[in-house]
Ligand binder design. Structure first.
Ligand SMILES: [Mg+2]
Length: 350
């Protein structure tokens, strides 16, 4: 029998969830267990990075097809991704939850299993948070703290004309995963059968990309090892074109990216074809890939292949040249911000 949350008071629940948890980072002097966490001050050459994210059930995630463990993992992963995108090292997170009475203690434990898994994998300490009853659904608010030497911070605003534009991994997969999950949910609701089996065969990768994204700590590490520092950087949460336009605007430059350079996985291509979507649109506008978009000086051209899974997709031009995608047939199309967001993507499917 699931344990109702009302069997625990707030403090008992926090104790229950965190009783075996031990912090790992030297900068965490005290995590959970007092009125506030106690963190070591940074050396004078370092800066603190802070990012926060709010996730609401029905807006940012759908529990029909999102296992709670995956949700916990993803909630942490997307915050870490923002710290890496500043060229920083994440250190601590706080997690606050609003929980309605439809959830059991076991379900909240499942959510925390994912949270702890991501914290362990990326060497981050959970140092606090809050839990409260909510009237309906689940609300997750996460704040992540990180640091980096101040001369290593990478802003959106540093791209220079002639820099190379690079992305890690591949594009559009998480969006195709979401479309597939939404499609199967619709079929499930229509068939209304407890024996319904969704058809995910051969599409495991795009589903994983949607449900369990990994922040690209490895790319940040490889760049540091190679002694290469991006001139500008962002993580791709709202879609490549939207992020490219942010960099162009902040850096006061233009953008030229090449269609035939965009890395797209074969499962993404197959799903786009199945859904009658143009793969270029999917790669440009699909959100939630949590890959890194960055610019590097032209001098680094020969060294870029040393960074595994980093691809050159275009170059930085002057502001006057505008923001363009050069298609495979060599025509130039203006990049437009079709800023992807979870709310409109979920709505479009209803
Ligand atoms: Mg970001």
């Amino acid at each position: 029998m699931p344990t109702p949350l009302s069997d625990f008071g707030e403090f008992a629940l926090i104790d229950h969830l965190h009783k075996d948890y031990k912090t790992k980072n030297a900068s965490t002097l005290l995590g959970i267990g007092d009125d506030a966490a106690v963190l070591k001050s940074l050396p004078s050459n370092e800066v603190e990075l802070v990012t926060t994210d709010l996730l609401l059930e029905g807006i940012h995630f759908d529990l029909t097809y999102t296992p709670l463990k995956h949700l916990g993992y993803k909630a942490i992963a997307v915050n870490l991704s923002d710290i890496y995108a500043m060229n920083g090292t994440p250190q601590q997170v706080t997690v606050s939850l609003g929980i309605s009475s439809k959830f059991s203690v076991e379900q909240i434990e499942e959510l925390y299993q994912g949270i702890y898994l991501a914290c362990d994998r990326y060497h981050v300490d959970l140092v606090g948070g809050d839990t409260s009853a909510s009237l309906n659904g689940l609300m997750i608010s996460i704040t992540c703290l990180g640091h980096t030497p101040h001369d290593k911070v990478v802003y959106r605003s540093g791209a220079k004309v002639n820099d190379l534009i690079c992305v890690s991994g591949n594009l559009g997969a998480a969006y195709m995963g979401l479309m597939l999950l939404e499609r199967e949910k619709k079929v499930f609701l229509e068939t209304n059968s407890p024996y319904f089996e969704p058809s995910f065969k051969g599409k495991e990768y795009i589903i994983e990309r949607q449900l369990k994204p990994e922040p690209r700590a490895d790319i940040i590490q490889s760049l540091a090892n190679a002694g290469m520092q991006p001139t500008s950087m962002m993580d791709i949460s709202d879609g490549l074109s939207s992020e490219l336009l942010h960099i162009a605007k902040s850096s006061q430059v233009g953008i030229a990216v090449y269609e035939d350079r965009l890395p797209i996985d074969h499962e993404t291509l197959a799903m786009a074809e199945e859904l009658n979507l143009n793969p270029l649109t999917v790669a440009l506008n699909g959100g939630e890939d949590y890959e890194l978009l960055l610019t590097l000086p032209l001098e680094d051209f020969d060294r870029i292949p040393q960074i595994q899974d980093l691809h050159i997709i275009g170059k930085v031009t002057t502001k006057e040249e505008g923001n363009l995608i050069i298609t495979s047939s060599d025509s130039a199309i203006e990049l437009v911000a079709q800023g992807w967001n979870a709310a409109s993507a979920l709505k479009a499917q209803q």
